[in-house]
Design a protein around this ligand. Structure first.
Ligand code: SF4
Length: 285
């Protein structure tokens, strides 16, 4: 039986992107290939908040007690090695049991599953078929992978996803979405590592794929335009969203309305972050 190192598993409302407002189970896997320490910082500077907190990591037994950060990656505990003990390695049957326990009717109805991270398309690709083929998961019809768009699909996982696509007219159909939050230079990650059009174009073969850029400044929007041009040149055909950053930081020059206006001017979509007004961005939301 396959195992996944699970950082968080909770039930909430999807606050972003295509499924905004949809009741969703969030499975947050452990591990990421990035750190995104540039979020909320002046260009060129990196946040040290996650590393500072790691020095007191031993004081926390539960995810929900961890401090929130206002700079860097807001999911730091889902990849920082000093917090790895908070993320148990669970067999797929145990994950399914937990999912059934948090669903309102203890079975899938109209809820959607979000597999997020960290970066959920790292090594865990090999474990998803076991999880998603479990008999109790048969009622699940919509799945989103929230990815940073840098990880190629393994041949095995790609052919597994293809099986669903080819069952479009049958009971077995599942709608797969790749919500690609590609990291712009404001994240602190290098362009060549973060903007991978050839990877994202491959996702389009297996599911509805869109780009979602988190922007805080006009410079970020110019970076998003440059990135979109690269994705389009490679053949990317999906929607583009702009989304404001979370938290409250003095370096942000664009509020949500300005981000919405910038999206409109370019014919792109706007994504809110409903988890902020609804739940104040707390863990487990
Ligand atoms: S890619 Fe996502 S999870 Fe990974 S460090 Fe960046 S913001 Fe955090």
């Amino acid at each position: 039986m396959s195992k996944i190192k699970v950082a968080e598993l909770f039930y909430s409302i999807q606050g972003e992107g295509r499924y905004m407002g949809v009741p969703s189970v969030f499975l947050r896997t452990f591990g990421c290939n990035f750190k995104c320490a540039g979020f909320g910082m002046p260009r060129g500077e990196l946040s040290g908040e996650a590393d500072e907190l790691s020095e007191v990591a031993h004081m926390f037994d539960r995810y929900e007690d961890l401090p929130l950060v206002s700079t860097g990656c807001d999911s730091y505990a889902s990849w920082h090695p000093d917090f790895k003990n908070l993320s148990p390695m669970l067999e797929s049957a145990a994950i399914v049991d937990r999912i059934m326990a948090i669903l309102p009717k203890q079975r899938w109805e109209d809820e959607h599953l979000v597999i997020t991270g960290g970066e959920p398309l790292l090594g865990w690709q090999r474990a998803y078929p076991d999880l998603l083929d479990h008999p109790s998961m048969q009622g699940l019809k919509e799945i989103t992978f929230e990815t940073n768009g840098t990880q190629k699909l393994s041949p095995d996982f790609a052919s597994y996803l293809h099986r669903w696509k080819s069952h479009h007219d049958h009971d077995f159909f599942r709608e797969v979405t790749f919500s690609v939050s590609a990291k712009l230079p404001g994240s602190g990650e290098a362009w060549a590592e973060a903007i991978r059009p050839e990877v994202v174009c491959e996702y389009e073969e297996y599911g509805n794929t869109y780009l979602k850029f988190v922007v805080a400044t006009e410079e970020d929007i110019r970076d998003a335009e440059r990135a979109v041009a690269e994705y389009r040149a490679a053949g990317f055909d999906g929607h583009v969203y702009l989304m404001p950053v979370g938290g409250v930081e003095s370096v942000y020059t664009l509020n949500a309305k300005n981000v919405a206006l910038a999206a409109m001017q370019r014919g792109w979509r706007y994504s809110d972050r409903l988890q902020l007004p609804l739940f104040s961005n707390a863990w487990g939301t």
